[in-house]
Design a protein around this ligand. Structure first.
Ligand code: BDR
Ligand code: CA
Length: 312
């Protein structure tokens, strides 16, 4: 499987890169950074650093969108650390970023490899939205798109209703869901919040001597400390690694088809993923704007978290 990674590393993004690097049948063709957890140039520098640790020091990295489409830049160093890697960014990679933007890189690669590449979007969807604007045939040119984002039946993690990746750029996310990708898998908080590494899991990773495991363990110390301060338990929610695992092996989850929209106006609900799950034989009298006329996405509904954590 050949993939383009769109990402904002970020601690769980980094874990996803390390996970993918260990899959024998996965080829990361290119990486694009995006604003989100940290500014886009920092995310690109972190991606280079993590790829180096993973032994993937020939994968090109392009800097992506520096800000959302229609709001100010907001980042999340309070979760991921000032450097985005929990204080473990270390010396910068000797490699430089490539000389084009992430959206341009995505369009170029999709055109050159029609039907062959899958995109794994682990950050705000600004680059994917820009790529769709540059190349409206993107849905036909890609094999699949996996999006980490949104909260359907559970609370958000930034506001009561909004999940971080959608909240960081609601307009971009809505544009992507309106584009009509016919092979779009949505991995939302509904499943990622069931994929929590507990204290025993974190301790067992720390025992693994490989440089990759030690690097991952150091990042996770910071991440778990955030959860510990916030919720009083030492855990690490594996959002982005779960999306990577479902791209590699969709059978780890069950799915439901649903059309989704993003609330872009609400005073209290901006960034909420809106869906209509009602299943009524005669829906002629039902009023609903959610997802009307949109192609449904395949939303992960339940996941084998134990098996996922074992593989991770
Ligand atoms: C998402 O937000 C980011 O902080 C994580 O990297 C993940 O992509 C989870 O809501
Ligand atoms: Ca991310």
């Amino acid at each position: 499987m050949r993939i383009i990674l769109d990402t904002d590393p970020g601690i769980d993004d980094s874990l996803a890169i390390l996970y993918l690097s260990a899959q024998p049948d996965v080829d990361i063709v290119a990486v694009g950074s995006v604003h989100g957890n940290v500014p886009a140039p920092v995310a690109a520098a972190n991606a280079l650093r993590v790829l180096d640790v993973a032994g993937l020091d020939d994968v090109p990295v392009a800097v992506g969108a520096h800000r959302p489409l229609a709001q100010e830049l907001r980042t999340a160093e309070f979760v991921h650390g000032d450097d985005g890697l929990g204080g473990h960014a270390g010396p910068p990679s000797p490699r430089a970023v490539v000389d084009c933007s992430a959206a341009e890189q995505l369009v170029r690669l999709a055109r050159a490899n029609p039907g062959e590449l899958s995109v794994l979007a682990l950050g705000p969807l600004t680059n994917i939205a820009l790529a769709v604007l540059l190349e409206p045939r993107l849905p036909e040119l890609l094999e699949s798109l996996v999006v980490l984002g949104g909260a359907l039946g559970v609370p958000g993690n930034v506001t009561a209703h909004a999940e971080a990746n959608i909240w960081h750029d609601p307009e971009a996310a809505d544009l992507v869901f309106d584009t009509g990708f016919d092979n779009l898998t949505l991995v939302s908080l509904d499943v990622t919040e069931t994929a929590r590494a507990d204290s025993a899991w974190l301790d067992s990773l720390a025992q693994v001597a490989s440089p990759r495991a030690q690097f991952a363990s150091a990042l996770l110390d910071h991440y778990a400390a955030f959860y510990s301060n916030m919720f009083g338990v030492r855990v690490a929610t594996m959002h982005d690694p779960l999306a990577a695992a479902l791209l590699c092996d969709p059978s780890l989850a069950t799915y439901r088809e649903v059309a989704v929209s993003v609330e872009v106006h609400g005073t209290y609900t901006r960034g909420q993923l809106v869906s209509d799950w009602r299943s009524i034989a005669d829906d002629s009298h039902i009023e609903s704007e959610a997802g009307r006329g949109r192609r449904p996405v395949r939303a992960a509904a339940a996941v084998d978290a134990e098996e996922f954590l074992t593989r991770l």
